[in-house]
Design a protein around this ligand. Structure first.
Ligand code: PMP
Length: 398
């Protein structure tokens, strides 16, 4: 039966980690990952999460099914985190939030919903974007178009190019926007730029699909959600947010995400929610219990929530310090041109390194980065920073 089945190539970024693992050099560094590592090079287990986990284990409960749309305490806390507790949308019952299997699950379930609900299934993606966006929406039957985003020469956002491309899209096109910490470039919009984008989306009747995978990793919980607030303020009455706690709670393997759909009225939100439930019923029926219980346990307990916010701040500040450190060391080695790394947001940086330079980093130094030059700043630490800076300076000399 499977004689015609072709072998497809593996994920290039996961392949990079395999090559890294097989590298015998003691000095090797993996900057290709999409994971936050702590100063010791480990994936953190947050103390707030550990405490909830302990109390859950102490009062072990039977595992019934969750409702199709997930744990109510989890979805409510998520809604409040994304939209703000006092958002008039929440009071009006206009946000339907569903627990999903990670942020990826939210993207797919959201894509399935929109393919049926919108006039045409076209998605506009930033160029570049997280590679899986294209794959997920493509698999859900979307046609994908790109909009200009990154200016490689200036190592930042090409905002004029972005606006010009968005302006050309057909009304009803879905526009995927990274709320903060753009993956892979690290180039984000300012508040003023978000306002302009929101006004354009409204005027051109484009449908915003916000991907929020790094809330709290750049400026703060509310600050990183500013795009959501500005869409509402611009009078856009319907949009979607796919969110993930993989990074902000360091719960990658628990698959904790959410799909939040904003509708024009509470009745519309109810109808949308019924459709979302039908979609989930035919894919995985209902989500799993543990990760959602951990997140809800933290977010609904004021002390643990404060502890989590402190831990999240610690992760964010460490990333900022590593950016500063890398820029300062490169400048000291005669390469002030890497200053832009300081301006980029979140875990990732489009370093501007060419494929040939990335190859040299791997071959000569055992430093692994994505072929596009994307590096994960959170994989740096005080121990490997000097080594990485020296190596980058060496390959930058040509
Ligand atoms: N969106 C973006 C931009 C991401 O970087 C990621 C994770 N790498 C996701 C969505 C998916 O998150 P999750 O791991 O929770 O599925």
């Amino acid at each position: 039966f499977f004689s015609n089945v072709e072998l497809v190539p593996g994920d290039p970024i996961l392949g990079l980690t395999e090559a890294y693992n097989a590298d015998p050099r003691g000095t090797k560094v993996n900057l290709g990952v999409g994971i936050y590592y702590d100063e010791q090079g480990r994936i953190p287990l947050l103390e707030a999460v550990r405490q909830v986990e302990q109390s859950l284990a102490a009062a072990a409960k039977p595992r019934g099914y969750l409702p199709i749309d997930g744990l109510p305490a989890y979805t409510q806390a998520t809604r409040e985190l994304l939209f703000g507790k006092d958002s008039p949308l929440l009071a009006a019952g206009r946000v339907a939030t569903t627990q999903t299997v990670g942020g990826s699950g939210a993207l797919r379930v959201g894509a399935e919903l929109l393919r049926k609900a919108l006039p045409h299934a076209t998605l506009a993606l930033s160029n570049p974007s997280w590679e899986n966006h294209r794959a997920v929406f493509g698999a859900a039957g979307f046609e994908i178009v790109d909009y200009t985003y990154f200016d490689a020469a200036r190592h930042g956002l090409d905002f004029d190019g972005m606006l010009a491309d968005l302006d050309k899209l057909q009304p009803g096109t879905t526009v995927l926007l990274h709320a903060c910490c753009h993956n892979p470039t690290g180039a984000d919009l300012t508040v003023d730029q978000w306002q302009q984008v929101a006004a354009l989306l409204k005027e051109r009747q484009l449908f915003p699909f916000i991907d929020m995978a790094y809330q709290g990793f750049d400026k703060g919980i509310a600050e990183d959600a500013v795009a959501i607030r500005l869409l509402v303020e611009a009078g856009i009455d319907s949009f979607v947010v796919a969110s993930s706690y993989s990074k902000s709670f360091s719960l990658y393997g628990e698959r904790v995400g959410a799909l939040s759909v904003v509708a024009a009225s509470a009745d519309q939100a109810k109808a949308v929610q019924s459709q979302v439930k039908r979609i989930i019923r035919t894919i995985y029926s209902s989500p799993s219990t543990h990760g959602a219980a951990l997140v809800a346990g933290v977010l609904t307990n004021p002390e643990l929530r404060a502890l989590w916010e402190t831990e999240l701040t610690g992760m964010r500040e460490r990333i900022h310090a590593l950016r500063e450190g890398l820029v300062a060391k490169l400048a000291a080695l005669g390469h002030p041109e890497y200053e832009f790394i300081r301006r980029q947001a979140g875990m990732f940086s489009y370093s501007g390194l060419s494929r040939a330079q990335v190859d040299r980093l791997r071959d000569e130094f055992g430093i692994y980065a994505v072929g596009t030059g994307r590096i994960c700043v959170a994989a740096l630490n005080q121990e490997n920073l000097d080594y990485v800076a020296q190596a980058v300076a060496t390959v930058s000399r040509g």
